[in-house]
Design a binder for this molecule. Structure first.
Ligand SMILES: Nc1ncnc2c1ncn2[C@@H]1O[C@H](COP(=O)(O)OP(=O)(O)OP(=O)(O)O)[C@@H](O)[C@H]1O
Ligand SMILES: [Mg+2]
Length: 279
């Protein structure tokens, strides 16, 4: 059987991506801000062919570097699809993070490659956190500039950001976020690097951390500075909310404390080399 033509593929996508039903503009099929350039459309098509997504409904968030969409699978269950813009401004933002990460040190070439590496980096960071049983969305798939993950929220809406939630017990939530920082460092060997009330969603009263693209491994030369910054941000926010915050030095002591004998020593060495694991 011959492969479907682009027009046939597009017709298939048009039925399954709400944004395409209304915004067809000549050849390029773009929604505002180039989210659905041709390559991106074909990546979504691939996710659909693999049975990962059935429909893409509406944007949950539209940001400078990318958009997050509400999607559903064949059972109608929700998914979050994050699509990075392949623009020059995204490239400028991400290039330094990709270059600074030893796991991606082989990355060279055009801006697409860097943006794909960035999406892969967010996917791998999610996997590390998730494998260490830390509260992040479950990573599902990554290809090119697209990242598919567990949807955090309910039928009515995505989970709100921490900043816009009234907390029953701020100290309790604070302690959970501090545990994320400590266990993230000790178990996932990662520092988030952009932890704030914007990148924490509150689902059923529990914090879930998102936006982990810039997270770095704990052995990164600048990791301790990133850790200081994450702790400072979190302490500032929760202090304002009336939580009993802990001295940053105490938090760091816990991060750096030697491992107990019965603590599992996860080995991530194999993750330190560039592998071309784009699907
Ligand atoms: N897995 C998810 N489930 C539900 N909503 C999500 C999920 N991931 C992201 N979102 C929503 O999309 C927003 C942006 O996501 P994220 O922070 O990962 O992207 P970003 O590129 O940093 O965008 P921004 O610059 O707007 O922060 C989040 O604040 C949240 O509202
Ligand atoms: Mg964010």
């Amino acid at each position: 059987m011959p492969a479907p033509s682009y027009e046939e593929q597009y017709a298939y996508l048009e039925k399954r991506i709400d944004a395409l039903k209304t915004t067809r503009t000549g050849d390029e099929h773009q929604t505002e801000g180039e989210v659905f350039d041709r390559k991106t459309l074909m990546t979504i098509y691939d996710f659909m062919k693999r049975g990962l997504i059935d429909k893409v409904h509406y944007p949950i968030s539209t940001g400078k570097e990318g958009n997050v969409f509400y999607a559903t699978d064949e059972d109608g269950d929700p998914l979050a699809l994050k699509i990075y813009r392949t623009s020059t401004s995204t490239f400028k933002k991400v290039a330094k993070y990709v270059e600074g990460d030893p796991r991606f040190k082989g990355t060279t070439g055009n801006r697409w490659k860097f943006i794909y590496a960035w999406a892969a980096k967010e996917f791998r960071n999610l996997q590390r956190y998730y494998d260490s049983e830390l509260p992040v969305p479950e990573p599902i798939a990554n290809s090119q500039n697209c990242l598919l993950m567990e949807y955090i929220g309910d039928e009515t809406s995505p989970a709100p950001q921490l900043r816009s939630v009234e907390l029953d017990d701020p100290t309790d939530t604070y302690d959970e976020v501090v545990s994320f920082i400590i266990d993230g460092w000790r178990d996932a060997h990662l520092v988030h690097g952009d932890l704030s009330e914007y990148n924490i969603l509150m689902e059923d009263g529990e914090p879930v951390v998102i936006d982990v693209g810039q997270a770095m491994t704990a052995d990164f030369f600048n990791a301790k500075e990133l850790l200081d910054r994450d702790i400072a941000n979190i302490n500032r926010f929760f202090k304002n909310r009336g939580a009993d915050v802990v001295d940053p030095e105490k938090i760091k002591e816990e991060c750096f404390a030697p491992e107990d004998d019965d603590e599992e020593d996860e080995d991530y060495e194999d993750d330190d080399e560039e592998e071309d694991d784009e699907e």
